[in-house]
Design a protein around this ligand. Structure first.
Ligand SMILES: CC(C)(COP(=O)(O)OP(=O)(O)OC[C@H]1O[C@@H](n2cnc3c(N)ncnc32)[C@H](O)[C@@H]1OP(=O)(O)O)[C@@H](O)C(=O)NCCC(=O)NCCS
Length: 149
């Protein structure tokens, strides 16, 4: 099974201690998932309850994180796989591991990058009918297809 191969060929890390934040920032730039400066990544990963990093040898090739309140609501964010390692089941496994750690929460939320909705549907996510958000820069989010004006 592809996911079993992925899990065996890669090493999985769930804490921030040894993570090179420049390498993490580079992963998001290449994936691509946007410009995420290392210091900003330190803040958001440090403040997240569950973390997932995937290494091929000593190279960081995938990551993700979840905010969670311990009972009601968890939120998955910053899921990305290096292009050289996409299509091998790593994204699915990152999601599966974060969901497993969020189990017990009443709901697990995320917003999908446009074009990845079917990827998340396959992991069990359904579109939210009434989801709404306040964005610091709504114009960019509207242009990127994340918000409706
Ligand atoms: C989206 C992303 C995380 C998927 O990771 P991945 O490791 O390539 O995906 P997997 O190999 O685990 O794919 C699992 C399944 O989802 C499918 N899939 C992958 N990307 C998909 C997409 N964009 N749309 C629909 N299906 C997708 C795969 O074909 C596979 O299907 P299968 O179960 O029939 O084999 C990765 O492509 C990525 O990092 N993209 C850029 C950043 C991004 O958009 N992140 C999401 C932020 S919300």
């Amino acid at each position: 099974m592809p996911e079993a191969t992925a899990a065996q060929d890669y090493s999985w890390v769930d804490d921030l201690a040894g993570v090179d934040l420049d390498e993490l920032s580079n992963l998001y730039r290449i994936a691509p998932l946007g410009d995420k400066p290392p210091q900003a990544l330190r803040t958001v990963f440090y403040n997240s309850r569950y973390l997932c990093f995937v290494y091929a040898g000593d190279r960081l090739v995938a990551a993700g994180r979840a905010l969670a309140d311990g009972l009601d609501c968890a939120y998955l964010a910053d899921i990305a796989v290096h292009p050289d390692h996409q299509g091998k089941g790593l994204g699915r496994e990152v999601i599966a591991r974060l969901i497993a750690r969020c189990r017990g929460h009443k709901k697990i939320l995320l917003y999908a990058n446009p074009g990845t909705e079917d990827f998340y549907r396959r992991q069990g996510f359904l579109p939210m009918k009434t989801a709404m958000a306040i964005w610091r820069d709504p114009g960019t989010a509207i242009r990127n297809g994340l918000l409706e004006p």
